[in-house]
Write a protein that binds this ligand. Structure first.
Ligand code: SF4
Length: 473
């Protein structure tokens, strides 16, 4: 049995081997997460299931085009270290992608077995297993053949794009120096994504591995504030910007500034900071214990808010989304996890106002019905006249996504942005991901707009190739 018991949620024990697994045990009055480790027999069993299709759709659906059938075969034969070596040829953070990719929309969604109704090979779990196991066995990327080329590149931002760029550069003899304002690497991987999806020790271990490979990190240092960008530009042979998108989108309806309304990212970051001991002031912690919470949005950040609120002991958690379940942008797996943990989904509800006298008391929503597909193929939500209702709430989390936050110094250094604030750095350039300043490259969310971790990794890796071409390495 899983889910909610007696409206009391208390997490007393967690085996973090595989947070993607469903909770196995609940106790009366308590909600106990115990995950079965995804161990060798399960990894081998899943790997054996791969049909090794002649035209592996899973590889094509994976944004970094992982050699999935090849590493599944190596796992099925027990060659974990070879599988780790192979998986690192295409992915800089495979253990992270195995945990946080929406596999049901990517590799696993394209698995022939899944399409045949037999259940897709659990590719993400195997990918995570390979790197976790290889690291535990002492495996490290082989740097013995790397020849230094006497070039250094500054990387601004230690999120997935910056780390992926550093990975490719250091493997090609270039010294990357990665600056980040936070005290640990990972960006939103560390400070946004909740611990139950991505254990923080994963990023700590990855930092140690990168440091052993020769990547230098300058953490707790904000470029533009603590270090002038002029110095960075002068001192290094090239610069890569991977600064992400942190400005949250507003709903644009009345009541968004009422006490009790929080931006999703502020909420998630405050929770992680509290758990990691990085919190400076107690009042910065947003605690939803005992509250009636409504989360607005339908993406993975909304699901993170739902599941974190449940874990904080919210009295109830409802998630209102303006389209139907079919048209939600988030991972199906995450929606299912949230449902099983007790989140109440309100589909086809569009918020029009947050109501309350001095603080949040509820949300006024209208019902919607699905209309014609838009230019991206997603069906629009059409308002049903006269369907207004007020949903009671004493906390509201807004998870409508993020938009770029161009730094004030971009203009001074000739870094152009488009009308939406995204840095202009096309892939199809003479040098991939070069900005309008030839010495500066950029990738990830700040170029593409808010997207998946794995697409940021892909762009960071490709930008590194652009940098190497530019430096004629
Ligand atoms: Fe699947 Fe993501 Fe791994 Fe690619 S990187 S194989 S999409 S989990």
């Amino acid at each position: 049995m899983t889910g909610r018991l007696n409206n009391v949620f208390q997490f007393v024990e967690v085996d973090r081997e595989d947070p993607s697994k469903k909770p196995l045990i609940t106790r009366k009055g308590q909600f106990v997460e115990i995950y079965k480790p995804f161990a060798e027999p399960a990894a081998k069993e899943q790997s054996h299931r791969c049909l090794e299709c002649g035209n592996p759709y899973c590889e094509w659906k994976c944004p970094v085009h992982n050699y999935i059938p090849n590493w599944l075969k190596l796992v099925s034969e027990g060659n974990i270290l070879e599988a780790a070596e192979l998986s690192h040829q295409t992915n800089s953070l495979p253990e992270v992608c195995g945990r946080v990719c929406p596999q049901d929309r990517l590799c696993e969604g394209a698995c022939t077995l899944g399409e045949g109704g037999f259940g897709a090979v659990t590719i993400g779990s195997v990918e995570k297993y390979i790197t976790d196991t290889a690291f535990a066995l002492g495996w490290r990327p082989d740097m013995s053949k790397v020849i230094p080329v006497n070039k250094t590149v500054a990387i601004v931002g230690a999120g997935p794009a910056g780390l992926a760029c550093a990975d490719i550069l250091v493997r090609n003899g270039i010294k990357p120096v990665v600056f980040d304002k936070n005290p640990e690497i990972g960006g939103l991987l560390t400070f946004g994504i909740p611990e139950f999806k991505l254990e923080k020790s994963v990023m700590t271990r990855r930092r140690e591995v990168f440091e052993e490979m020769g990547v230098e990190f300058v953490l707790g240092t904000s470029v533009g504030d603590d270090v002038p960008f002029e110095h960075v530009l002068e001192e290094y042979d090239a610069v890569f910007l991977g600064m992400g998108t942190y400005t949250y989108m507003k709903g644009g309806f009345p009541g968004e500034d009422l006490p009790g309304v929080h931006d999703a990212l502020d909420y998630l970051v405050s929770n992680v900071n509290k758990n990691l001991g990085f919190q400076e002031n107690e009042e910065d912690f947003i605690n939803l214990k005992g509250k009636k919470v409504i989360v607005l949005g339908g993406g993975d950040t909304a699901m993170d808010c739902n599941r974190t609120s449940i874990r904080q002991g919210a009295k109830s958690v409802s998630c209102a989304y303006r389209r139907d379940e079919e048209n939600m942008p988030g991972s199906r797996k995450e929606v299912q996890n949230a449902k099983e943990e007790g989140v109440n989904f309100l589909f086809n509800r569009q918020p029009v106002e947050i109501v309350g006298d001095g603080k949040v008391e509820g949300i006024k929503v209208v019902k919607t019905q699905m209309g014609e597909p838009d230019e991206n193929g997603r069906r629009s939500a059409e308002v049903v006249e006269g369907s207004e209702e007020i949903l009671p709430a004493d906390a509201v989390l807004i998870a409508f996504g993020f938009k770029p936050s161009p730094a004030p110094w971009f203009e001074k250094f000739g870094i152009d942005t488009d009308a939406r604030g995204r840095v202009i750095a096309p892939k199809c350039n003479k040098f991939m991901y070069q900005t309008t300043n030839e010495k500066i490259f950029a990738g990830g969310d700040m170029v593409r707009g808010s997207d998946l971790v794995v697409t940021a990794i892909d762009e960071g890796r490709k930008a590194a190739e652009g940098i190497m071409d530019f430096l004629e390495v």
